[in-house]
Design a protein around this ligand. Structure first.
Ligand code: KIV
Ligand code: ZN
Length: 515
């Protein structure tokens, strides 16, 4: 069985998805979960791109111990130096340096000749290798490069000190057969190829990212780059969970495995979906809500006789289970702490107390508090460290089939003063949002509103996601509460608070660069 290294780029390429913007606490929470999942390498960000990215890469590098942390850099000395400052405290510092390799990128984007490009790549890798024990070189847009040139570039990068060579399908253009040929060509034409690990990184524009990754693995890639739920630029990246499960279920065919703790997959997927505000489609392979649902009578009959008739993946393999009752009203602090630790709690005493209080509150409202509920409360507390500018105090809604819905809200303002307002709407949620807009002195335009329950059942926690436009920014927010209206108010306020933070941050930030 070949071991395939998993290079997760949810926090870098994944965060480049349109509309996704994670704060430091959210990135840390995802990083901790990726560590539990067992990814070998985590790309935590692009340190030279902004102060915020620098800080989160540095914090993740200092926190995570069991995965190697890497950061992206252009083939520019200052990017590499900045990445070193962010990564030098990690257990195993690793740099990911890239430059484009296709004729179209060389000519139009970089305005460089092939010789100039090779020289720049060599200088950058050499500089990186003087600092980092591990240097990954990526030949961006490799799938559209000319193979003899690509082989030359790769050989030079290895000679300069690269330890991993990545050949990305940057625009999701290639096919499984072609990518296989590209990897086989490198094996045959790059003299030093056996000194490095070959890596594959695929985008999903034609829906072939996972198939292309598997084909590259069959042709010599020892590392696969992917994101949780396949989030990423445009149509996204290859989905981590699909690759890991495909290798596991078809080990007879691929004879390769990732070594990931597969039962952490579902929880990782839910966490990323929640924090990135990107719902997972019901029919998504491995982690969709319907992935293990059998609807037709013939299928159900088969399942009752022998599950293998229609089920090739067991739900237990990826951590999908009937969420069991874990703790109740009378549970003590000790048992509660143990359960939280099991779920990966890494907070301080104040955060523990907040989660414990929220749990006790929930016990008053909900018969059975499940593991998923606790996980929701925990991530809510751990990632809500954003400074609250507006804070909801009370919300009251008057609704009746013959009444105009009316909301009355009390809220703490950024100045610390209290404000009280009331407004009507065509529905209860609209009445709440009209009231909040008055307090915030909008205009706030609601672009998207989604609601889901943490678990099934009439007394489930409600999770609301919103997308708003406010003060010239588009921002997402989320709120969890036992009541859907309270969750709706919280999500809206969360989005507004995030906008304020972004606005303040963008004012101070001047050196944002684009990839
Ligand atoms: O898609 C791509 O080419 C990338 C590189 C930076 C590796 O994300
Ligand atoms: Zn990419």
């Amino acid at each position: 069985m070949r071991k395939i290294n998993v290079f997760d780029t949810t926090l870098r390429d994944g965060e480049q998805s349109a509309g996704v913007s994670l704060n430091l606490e959210e990135k840390l929470e995802i990083a901790r979960q990726l560590e539990r999942l067992g990814v070998d390498i985590m790309e935590a960000g692009f340190p030279a791109s902004s102060k915020g990215d620098f800080q989160s890469v540095q914090q993740i590098a200092r926190t995570i111990k069991n995965s190697s942390i890497t950061g992206l850099a252009r083939a520019v000395q200052s990017d590499i130096d900045t990445a070193w400052e962010a990564l030098k405290d990690s257990a195993e510092p690793r740099l990911h340096v890239f430059i484009a390799s296709s004729p179209i990128h060389m000519q139009y984007k970089l305005n460089m000749t092939p010789d100039q490009l090779v020289e720049r790549a060599v200088q950058s890798v050499r500089h990186a290798a003087s600092k980092f024990p591990h240097v990954q070189f990526s030949a961006e847009d490799a799938s559209r490069a000319e193979l003899p040139f690509l082989a030359r570039l790769v050989e030079e990068a290895i000679q300069a000190g690269a330890t991993v060579i990545n050949l990305p399908d940057t625009v999701g253009f290639t096919t499984p057969h072609e990518i296989g040929k590209m990897f086989a060509y490198m094996k045959e034409h790059v003299p030093s190829i056996d000194k490095v690990v070959l890596s594959t990184h695929n985008h999903n524009d034609l829906g072939m990212a996972v198939a292309n990754s598997l084909a590259a693995i069959q042709n010599g890639a020892g590392q696969v780059e992917c994101t949780v739920n396949g989030i990423g630029e445009r149509a996204g990246n290859a989905a981590l969970e699909e690759i890991a499960v495909a290798l596991n279920i078809r080990k007879d065919y691929y004879k390769a495995d990732t070594g990931l703790t597969l039962k952490e997959i579902k929880r990782t997927s839910s966490l990323v979906s929640k924090l990135a505000n990107m719902p997972v489609p019901g029919n998504k392979a491995v982690v969709g809500a319907n992935a293990f649902a059998h609807e037709s009578g013939i299928h159900q009959d088969g399942m009752l006789k022998n599950k293998e008739t229609y089920e090739i993946i067991t739900p237990e393999l990826v951590g999908v289970h009937e969420s069991s009752m874990v703790l109740g009203k009378h549970s003590g602090r000790h048992a509660f702490k143990e359960k939280l630790t099991e779920l990966g709690f890494a907070g301080d005493a104040t955060q523990f107390q907040q989660i414990f209080d929220a749990f006790k509150d929930l016990c008053d409202k909900k018969k059975e508090v499940t593991e998923d509920d606790l996980f929701a409360l925990m991530t809510e507390t751990m990632t809500d460290a954003i400074q609250e500018s507006y804070e909801l105090q009370t919300v009251q809604v008057n609704y009746g089939t013959n009444n105009i819905p009316t909301a009355a809200i009390t809220m703490k303002l950024p100045s610390g003063e209290m404000a009280q307002e009331a407004a009507t709407g065509s529905g209860s949620v609209e009445a709440i949002y009209n009231t909040l807009e008055r307090i915030i002195e909008g205009p706030v335009s609601l672009e998207d509103y989604r609601i889901q329950s943490v678990n099934g059942g009439g007394d489930a926690l409600a999770e609301v996601y919103v997308q708003v436009k406010y003060a010239g920014f588009e921002s997402s927010g989320r709120g969890t509460a036992h009541d859907v209206l309270e969750a709706s108010a919280k999500a809206y306020i969360n989005a507004v608070n995030r906008t304020l933070i972004r606005k303040a941050y963008e004012q101070e930030q001047t050196n944002k660069v684009n990839i």
